[in-house]
Design a protein around this ligand. Structure first.
Ligand code: AMP
Length: 288
């Protein structure tokens, strides 16, 4: 008896590495659902790509952008060592069913003779005690590159992860104000089986720090069970301190405005450092 092996035929994604490639591809691609990333893709990114493929079905294509944006890094060492894994990224995008990967060079996005505007920052970007306090200038770079890619690609919709909660609120507010025709879709955080939020930076954790990093998701889950935001903040700080994790912030904020809690949906957010690695995570608060 002969057995025919199942043949899985995957249509390779188009790899576009310049604005010229993009223009040629865009001429016939129809509606685009865009997945912005800095590459080094993992299962968290893959969930965004699969959502993009679903949203594009029957009315266009899903395109993944892979670009390590220099203007959003305030630490040159962090930028220099950001992982680059383009071939593996292209393979993941093929498996997930994307039609194209746009991976331009920095001079394509920031030509030396052209000033790329930095949009004014939505107020969510500069809330005290959050990202701006620890990564000044970061959201200016994020807003700049997002608007630049939106104008190059002109997507119908773009998918972002809730893992970067503040970024999602900033991009939502800027897009609503500056490019209201583009829909922003948020996707839940994908975690490792032990709870650690997936991140391209996890690969840099020393073995002992990988274990310590679990205190971040543990602190968020524990904080979801206490009664007031102030108690939740104290509980998160103490869980992180006990684990020997350096806390940048551990706070409960309004989920949309990122102000100190009033009424409505709230979010617990943590940024922490393990050696040279900075990790962020967040959950809905309270969780029960
Ligand atoms: P990055 O490449 O890390 O800049 O992330 C690109 C996009 O993927 C952003 O919208 C992130 O919020 C999202 N993302 C990163 N990690 C995860 C994760 N673990 N789960 C879901 N989305 C993620």
């Amino acid at each position: 008896m002969t057995r025919r092996s199942a043949l899985l035929i995957l249509e390779a994604v188009e790899l576009l590495t310049s604005n010229r490639d993009l223009d040629r591809f865009r001429a016939s691609s129809g509606d685009v659902v865009l997945i912005p990333t800095m590459g080094a893709l993992h299962a968290g990114h893959e969930s965004l790509v699969r959502k993009g493929v679903e949203l594009a079905r029957g009315r266009g294509i899903c395109m993944v952008w892979v670009f390590v944006n220099p203007t959003q890094f305030n630490d040159p060492a962090d930028y220099a060592r950001y992982p680059k894994t383009l071939q593996a990224d292209v393979d993941l995008c093929t498996r997930a069913g994307a039609a194209a990967v746009f991976a331009p060079s920095a001079p394509d996005i920031y030509p030396p003779n052209q000033q790329i505007p930095v949009p004014s920052l939505p107020e969510q970007a500069t809330r005290p005690g959050l990202e701006d306090a620890h990564r000044p200038g970061h959201f200016a770079g994020v807003c700049q590159v997002v608007l630049r890619f939106f104008d190059l690609i002109r997507p119908r919709c773009a998918v972002f992860g809730e893992k970067d909660w503040q970024q999602l609120q900033v991009v939502r507010a800027m897009t609503k104000r500056d490019r209201p025709e583009i829909e922003i879709v948020g996707m839940p955080t994908v975690r490792e089986p032990d709870g650690l939020a997936m991140s391209s930076r996890n690969r840099f954790l020393a073995p002992g720090d990988r274990q310590k990093a679990l205190a971040i998701s543990r602190a968020l889950v524990g904080a979801g069970r206490v009664k007031t935001p102030a108690e939740a903040e104290a509980a998160m700080r103490s869980t992180l301190r006990d684990a020997g994790v350096e806390t940048e912030y551990a706070v409960v904020r309004d989920a949309a405005t990122l102000l100190a809690p009033a009424t409505g949906a709230l979010r617990a957010l943590i940024a922490a450092r393990l050696g040279a690695v900075r990790l962020i995570d967040n959950v809905l608060w309270p969780s029960i």
